[in-house]
Design a protein. Sequence first.
Length: 363
Amino acid sequence: MADEIVSVNEFQVLARQALPKMYYDFYAGGAEDEHTLKKNVQEFQRIILQPRVLVDVSSIAMSTNILGYTISAPIMIAPTAMHKLAHPEGELATARAAAACNTIMILSFSASASVEEVASSCNAVQFFQLYVYKRRDIAVNLVQRAEKSGYKAIVLTSDTPRLGRREADIKNKMIVPQLKNLEGLMSTAVASDKGSNLEAYANETMDPSLSWRDIAWLKSITNLPILIKGILTREDATKAMEVGAAGIIVSNHGGRQLDYTPATISVLEEVVQAVGRKVPVLLDGGVRRGTDVFKALALGAQAVLVGRPVIYGLAAKGEAGVRKVMHMLKDELELTMALAGYRSSRILKLHSSIVSDHPMLTC
Ligand code: FNR
């Protein structure tokens, strides 16, 4: 029962029990050796907290502001594909949970419910994540539908010119169902005799020529702010600033694209330094504890996004499971702040310093 669950990681065990192997592997897996997948978690664990005591923490402010929208805690929902493979209510349940938690969900381009269905399922602030296909008319169609449906920002995923090699999906011959947003625009049924049709489908459709120059094109088709997801270097952070990104998401796609990229928490400071305070920097990858959120905030993130734990919560308990995951992370963050001597999640980064060889956050 959800009530007996005391940590986010326990939902992974329940999800594994609830899901067919093919789907569990699709959600849990990463690219090739899964080095980055593991590092995302392990590098958080290497950072040690040095708390301050005798601080009045009787009142703790958890809320933050993302592009002008106030959310109850600096923890948002990352865009992840095909929630209906995890639970029959899919993204509609996830969106209701996001609304109940007063946070922002980023709806995936590859969702199993349409932008319109998800928008009308609740009145939460939602962003829409975009992949750019060779057929640019699809991006135009979806961005304009998202804008019309009330989404507040476009999140351009920049790390997927081709799909990473996810060996579990190849072995399981993972099949992509018809993507709901593309109904009537494109069939997603691409046959593959080699294994995963996901890989064949993505490689046939994704536009590998997408480049920094195309941000101007994207801006020309929407008035919404554009965040760029998948930044891991100061150089690309600087470029994102130059092309007018409204925000940056430090992400390695949860270790599903290029393997042996650094853990996101390891490169966060570098990106934050390049960006200055011009736009919000968000981070995803490996966030499983409130202490992880705290560490990301201390190193300069405005908020974190959570990917797999949300799917595991959904698979195990539907909307209630997603709510539980988000609440647990928020409660753990609040406790961490109290025990570390912090009253506000907004000022964390002002007080942090990091010792490079033996990472330690001095509060
Ligand atoms: C993803 N991710 C992803 N990203 C994106 O931009 N569009 C997408 O459709 C998806 N789909 C997707 C499916 C699944 C099953 C996973 C696990 C991930 C990446 C996602 O947004 C995020 O970067 C990572 O999930 C963050 O890492 P954690 O929290 O899963 O460790």
